[in-house]
Design a protein around this ligand. Sequence first.
Ligand SMILES: [Zn+2]
Length: 231
Amino acid sequence: MLLYGKAVICISVTKSTPDTIGYVNNDKSVDVVSAWSPPFDDFDEQKPTRKSKKKMFTATALVLVFVFTTFYANIGVYFNSKISDTTQIDEPTRQEVLQGIKDADLYVLDTSNILTHIHAHLAIIVQGRSVTIPVIGVDMRTLTAAPIHTHDTSGTLHIETDSTNSYAPNALDFIRLWNKGEDNLCLIFARDAKCKVTVSINNRPGVLTDAFEDGDRMVVRVSLPDKPVYV
Ligand SMILES: [Zn+2]
């Protein structure tokens, strides 16, 4: 019965001071009950001045700036590390490029006399899982290149010929360049002598030795019927 006729209300004194909790009595008077609330006599003295408000605002702004810059700096470091993880390219050395050319029985491209330059896309899917196409066949520091090479891991093949070598390599040449001359996809990707290999170019059946045309998209699927398919 003590609280009968009273209602809890919040009085917002000013924007910069906290709310005061009180009770409205039946006679419309208000019992202020909040312990921390300053007595009304002292209220004017304790009311923040324009100067102190400005100080508080500056301090808050500085704290916020610090918090946000720290947060975003850390986010940046996080994402940069992620980006560098995924885009870090392990470029071959000139020696590795020359060895690959020898293994694949290709020729060293005369990069100062390029005759043709086309691009094709290669995707290799083993048991349903996409294989990363590595950066191989070119050393940009010395411009030593095989006539088929990659500059990134996107699957884009750069196929070039020069004025003295007209042979444009195919996907099988690329597989050999990549795998020390080996071109048995079952052994390379399935580690099994028996597997099923299907090749398509622009969604039509093809073979690995098909000559590429600019913009071709080749998909090579390697599957082992007896083993589980990844999804
Ligand atoms: Zn290119």
